[in-house]
Design a protein around this ligand. Structure first.
Ligand SMILES: CC(C)(COP(=O)(O)OP(=O)(O)OC[C@H]1O[C@@H](n2cnc3c(N)ncnc32)[C@H](O)[C@@H]1OP(=O)(O)O)[C@@H](O)C(=O)NCCC(=O)NCCS
Length: 164
């Protein structure tokens, strides 16, 4: 299995079995089927998957757009294909979709110890704006709040960078 060539699509119920496998391999307190199902509300939610040419599930992102803000609630990539650009591509697709749907900013929470995810978000221009004490359980840990202002400009800059 390699990242190789892949495509981004909207997440469907048929994707959840493979999504749940990656979720279990990625988090100490993985989301359930019901939690992913709840992320598929038409008009508000934005749930995307990355699929290989052979239709293997490589990763996914869940988020929602409320009052001009795109909130990212989950992102993970299959451990076997990490560091091959899959996470960046899903995140860029999601930010571009959210911008097209009127979102002006993006935000998320991330475990204080999760330097890898923080590096991905910084790579896109997300800045640290706050901390929620003891926000996570299993293990208990602070959440860092990260925000990306001027979403449209950030997306355009990334898309230009990809073309160059
Ligand atoms: C965070 C995660 C989604 C990144 O996915 P990925 O496909 O490996 O990331 P990419 O290959 O697209 O990396 C994009 C950029 O992110 C940063 N990055 C990603 N992994 C990194 C690592 N291990 N160390 C340092 N920087 C890293 C780099 O800036 C990288 O760009 P570069 O490769 O040009 O240097 C993946 O590591 C993952 O699924 N982690 C477990 C789940 C998780 O923590 N989700 C976030 C919850 S808030």
């Amino acid at each position: 299995m390699t990242g190789g060539t892949f495509r981004i699509e909207k997440m469907g119920l048929h994707d959840l079995e493979a999504v749940l496998r990656i979720e279990a391999a990625s988090f100490t307190e993985p989301w359930t089927w019901e939690m992913f199902r709840a992320e598929m509300i038409p008009g508000i939610s934005l749930a995307l998957v990355a699929l290989s040419e052979e239709d293997e599930m490589l990763g996914y992102l869940c988020g929602s757009i409320v009052e001009g803000e795109f909130y990212i609630s989950n992102i993970a990539v299959d451990p076997r294909v990490r560091r091959q650009g899959v996470g960046a591509k899903i995140l860029l697709s999601a930010l571009a979709h959210a911008s097209c749907q009127g979102a002006k900013t993006a935000s998320l929470e991330v475990r204080a110890s999760n330097r890898t995810a923080q590096a991905l978000y910084r790579h896109f221009g997300f800045a640290l704006v706050g901390r929620r004490r003891r926000y996570y359980t299993g293990p208990v840990e602070d959440a860092l709040i990260m925000c990306l202002d001027q979403l449209d400009e950030a997306v355009s800059a990334r898309l230009e960078g990809e073309k160059a």
